[in-house]
Design a protein around this ligand. Structure first.
Ligand code: PEP
Ligand code: MN
Length: 357
């Protein structure tokens, strides 16, 4: 159920409607928009008595929502969600996810050691990435594979933020790691394998840090949106989605990157959506072409794995770009972005950048 307030409704009227909803034993989610505020009601098992709310001052209409998701839906909020990150003390604006500018997230699959993380960070920062990624907790298929450095990895990423000013995005794999990720990182990543870990989603929903939710490897669009709904239903509205490929019969790539999900999400939801062509393809030579395609299809940003010595990487070496290839990717996506009215952060000047072969 959705309460749409009149354009001229006052803050007091919005507050009174929220109070009424809470008094009825439900949860009110007030979403201010450009022209009006809509209030989502969750926690109701069946229909909420419409009349009581409809008669309240400032209420335009009360709508029954037919879709299973409410808070992620464009019915609730017409405008795109833009996640804003804090700026610097020097007054420089922080980056956004979902605005006109594309969000570029880059870094190694896993933080392996300080030297590796700083080498990659320096290069992706110079190429224009506003967000640094790296796993400190790795969900690996084999228990004998590298599992991540844990808190030590988070500390290294906090130093990288300090040195380069990039925001840190890193995965939490359970409640315990989420407590730490929330403390050190700027955005909490929920990985494909945990997309339907409902207790973890609810925990992320109680965090004050934005959440990057990756699509499960066999998740339908509705399941993907319902996972985001779990996070939002707990009161965290700063959620970005990330398409990272789904499993199909195709064996020329690790996964099949489903770029058609981008416009499909944008039609139904106001949440931003990034594309991860690294996990989406698993092959270095396909990352740049699919990054171009992702930007062309309207993605709000890219997540790309980069490693300076991919042959020695402890995870996902075959899909990690060399730093020079990442420079070239940025040059190419900048041209595509211009065609679709988006911008890409520029190369940080003062440092020569090799634009490859
Ligand atoms: C990752 O981004 O490091 C990762 C493990 O991705 P996914 O959850 O999409 O497999
Ligand atoms: Mn990886």
């Amino acid at each position: 159920m959705l309460v749409v307030m009149k354009a001229q409704a006052t803050e007091d009227q919005v507050r009174a409607v929220c109070q009424k909803i809470e008094n009825l034993g439900y949860r009110a989610h007030s979403m201010p928009g450009a022209t009006r505020t809509a209030i989502g009601i969750t926690g109701n098992k069946g229909e909420v008595e419409q009349g009581t709310l409809e008669e309240m001052p400032g209420v335009q209409e009360v709508i029954q929502v037919s879709k299973p998701y409410k808070l992620v839906s464009r019915d609730l909020k017409e405008e795109n969600t833009v996640i804003t990150f804090p700026g610097t003390a020097a007054g420089i604006d922080g980056p956004t996810i979902g605005g006109t500018g594309l969000a570029i997230v880059a870094g190694p699959c896993a933080i392996e050691n300080r030297e590796q993380a700083f080498t990659v960070a320096e290069r992706v920062h110079r190429a224009g990435a506003q967000f640094f990624r790296g796993g400190a907790y790795k969900p690996r298929t084999s228990p004998y594979s590298f599992q991540g450095l844990g808190e030590e990895g988070l500390r290294i990423m906090a130093e990288i933020r300090q040195q380069f000013g990039m925001k840190i995005i890193t995965e939490a794999i359970d409640h315990e790691s989420l407590d730490l990720v929330e403390e050190y990182a700027d955005m909490i990543q929920i990985g494909a394998r945990n997309m339907q870990n409902f207790s973890l989603l609810k925990r992320a929903g109680r965090s004050r840090k934005p959440v990057l939710l990756k699509r499960g490897m066999a998740a339908t669009l509705e399941e993907f949106l319902m996972a985001a709904e779990y996070i939002m239903s707990e009161g965290n509205y700063n959620v970005a989605l990330c398409e990272r490929g789904v499993r199909t019969f195709a064996d020329h790539t690790r996964n099949t990157l489903d770029l058609s999900v981008v416009p499909a999400v944008q039609r139904l939801s106001h949440l931003p959506i990034l594309v991860d062509p690294s996990h989406g393809t698993g092959k270095r030579n396909k990352v740049t072409p699919l990054s171009r395609a992702a930007v062309a299809v309207g993605a709000d940003g890219l997540m790309v794995e980069v490693h300076h010595k991919p042959d020695e990487a402890l995870s996902d070496g075959p899909q990690s770009l060399f730093p020079d290839q990442f420079d070239e990717l940025m040059v190419q996506v900048r041209q595509i972005a211009a065609v679709v009215g988006r911008t890409v952060p520029s190369i940080r000047v003062g440092v020569p950048v090799a634009v490859s072969k």
